[in-house]
Design a protein around this ligand. Structure first.
Ligand SMILES: [Zn+2]
Length: 154
């Protein structure tokens, strides 16, 4: 079960609404004061698609690619111990909150999960209205991502 602060949940919804009909993406970290912080990351999928449509056939309405510099800055913070990484998130505009094969590929580094301790949140949003947020975690036994419960706390 993953517990998320109500304020964090609201921020994820806002981010998904602002980038609609494109996917949003980002990370949730926990600071030294045990507070959750939502770190928005720019979805550069459209730039990747424009530069190399053969390797990146999808545009930002159906895919996300986290800006590598912004992601690296967050990972550096995590590695230095300033914050802990709680989850990554992205939205599915006009689709349900499933964890797609593409999402799994994005979360892997070769045969291993890139961030085995992080949860992955998927936000389903239709017409700028969030329908659901679902959480997935790496399961070592099945070697796959499985859904885990998600609840909000104040
Ligand atoms: Zn996805």
């Amino acid at each position: 079960m993953l517990h998320l602060k109500r304020r964090t949940w609201d921020e994820l919804c806002r981010h998904a609404q602002e980038t609609f009909p494109e996917e949003c993406c980002g990370a949730i970290v926990v600071n030294a004061a045990e507070e959750e912080e939502v770190r928005r990351i720019t979805n550069v999928q459209n730039a990747m698609h424009a530069r190399d449509p053969r390797h990146y056939p999808r545009d930002a309405t159906v895919a996300y690619f986290m800006d590598p510099k912004e992601l690296l800055a967050i990972i550096k913070e995590v590695e230095s111990g300033q914050v802990t990484l709680k989850a990554f998130y992205h939205s599915h505009p006009n689709h349900d909150a499933y964890f797609s094969a593409e999402d799994k590929t994005r979360a892997m580094f070769g045969d291993e999960p890139a961030y085995p301790d992080a949860a992955y949140l998927v936000i389903s949003i239709y017409n700028r209205t969030v329908r659901a947020i679902r959480a997935y975690r790496w399961d070592e036994e099945t070697r796959d991502f499985v859904e885990t419960g998600l609840s909000t706390v104040s």
